[in-house]
Design a protein around this ligand. Structure first.
Ligand SMILES: [Zn+2]
Ligand SMILES: [Zn+2]
Length: 329
């Protein structure tokens, strides 16, 4: 089977048409006809080889929704079934992390694209059915796509840190991840605050679920939050950010700022923690989709055709996406 998509042939290049052939499927593999694929900042980093691990030609795309058209002999999915796939193609399923269903931090996991695999900026994609997810019937595919990476990433900390409805949560950065984090936080019943670099996002942040809105010129007060979820990768005054946490509070990074300097005095006497969270394990991705369906959590999307993928990437690079761009294939 011939698959047609868009690939970067070298670091930092515009994407160009690319095709490849798939012959035999492995027992758990399926071929999915892609209908929608979200664009995530990770795709930009991979195109640019920002982490020195990109292989070319590189077909990005890891927020994929489509329909199964072909299946290997052991796949439990049915031909014709609508499914979704995220960043993880597969994990080893044997290491101690996998045995605890921490598939998202398996050190042997492979990604849906790179190193001989090709992602969702294409008419079809090959996936491992054990890492495909079912979607609530009423959820539109265009809204489901961004949940696979952005949604899963901001949902997992609520479960892993057992954040409760009587606690206060602040979200730093109101973009692709942040605008979903506000919706999840409100749905969990938490007192929800948005922290942005610009006043411009105030009205929409409140629509997404924030009851309070802050900027760095108009910051929160000290010891205000139980949890701060940071979704931006810019350099912040981390001592100031830590000061906003209550004692025992947690600053959780789902982004990767280049450097992170802080004064240990900000965490020792107050027992504050700084942590990281990487997407979500398979169980939590599926739970997140059900939760989003139940609470009608919807990304705000700009839909663009695959043929305009380079314009779409440019918009994301310039922080113009509101709030997630989804390619219609
Ligand atoms: Zn493993
Ligand atoms: Zn992503």
């Amino acid at each position: 089977m011939q698959i047609h998509g868009y690939a970067a042939f070298q670091a930092k290049e515009c994407l160009r048409p690319f095709s490849y052939t798939v012959s035999d499927l492995k027992p758990f593999e399926v071929i999915i006809q892609v209908s929608h694929c979200g664009i995530c900042r990770t795709d930009l980093h991979m195109i640019e080889n920002a982490w020195n691990r990109s292989t070319y030609p590189l077909v990005p795309g890891h927020e994929i929704v489509g329909v199964v058209v072909q299946k290997g002999q052991l796949s439990r999915l049915a031909v014709g079934e609508r499914v979704a796939v995220g960043w993880v193609y597969s994990s080893c399923l044997e290491c101690s992390e996998c045995l605890q269903e921490n598939t998202n931090i398996c050190q042997y996991k492979t990604s849906i694209y790179n190193r001989g695999r090709y992602g969702g900026f294409a008419d079809f994609v090959v996936a491992d059915s054990r890492f495909c997810f079912q979607l609530p019937k009423q959820m539109e595919s265009v809204h489901a796509a961004p949940l696979l990476c952005a949604g899963a990433t901001v949902f997992a900390p609520f479960i892993n840190y057992q954040i409760q409805a009587n606690q206060s949560v602040a979200v730093i950065g109101i973009g692709g991840l942040g605008h979903l984090a506000l919706q999840f936080s409100r749905s969990f019943g938490c007192e929800t605050s948005a922290i942005s670099s610009t006043e411009e996002k105030q009205r929409e942040a409140k629509e997404f679920g924030a009851s309070s809105f802050y900027t760095y010129e108009n910051p929160p007060s000290a010891m205000q939050f139980h949890y701060i979820l940071c979704t931006v990768d810019v350099e912040l005054d981390w001592n100031l950010v830590l000061s906003w946490l209550k004692p025992n509070g947690v600053l959780c990074l789902v982004s990767r700022p280049k450097t992170f300097h802080f004064d240990p005095a900000m965490i020792v006497s107050t027992q504050r923690s700084i942590s990281g969270s990487n997407n979500a394990n398979r169980f939590l991705v599926q739970e997140m989709l059900l939760f989003a369906g139940r609470f009608q959590i919807r990304p705000k999307v700009e839909e663009m055709p695959l043929s305009e993928v380079n314009t779409a990437l440019e918009r994301l690079k310039n922080n113009q996406a509101r709030y997630r761009i989804v390619l219609k294939i």
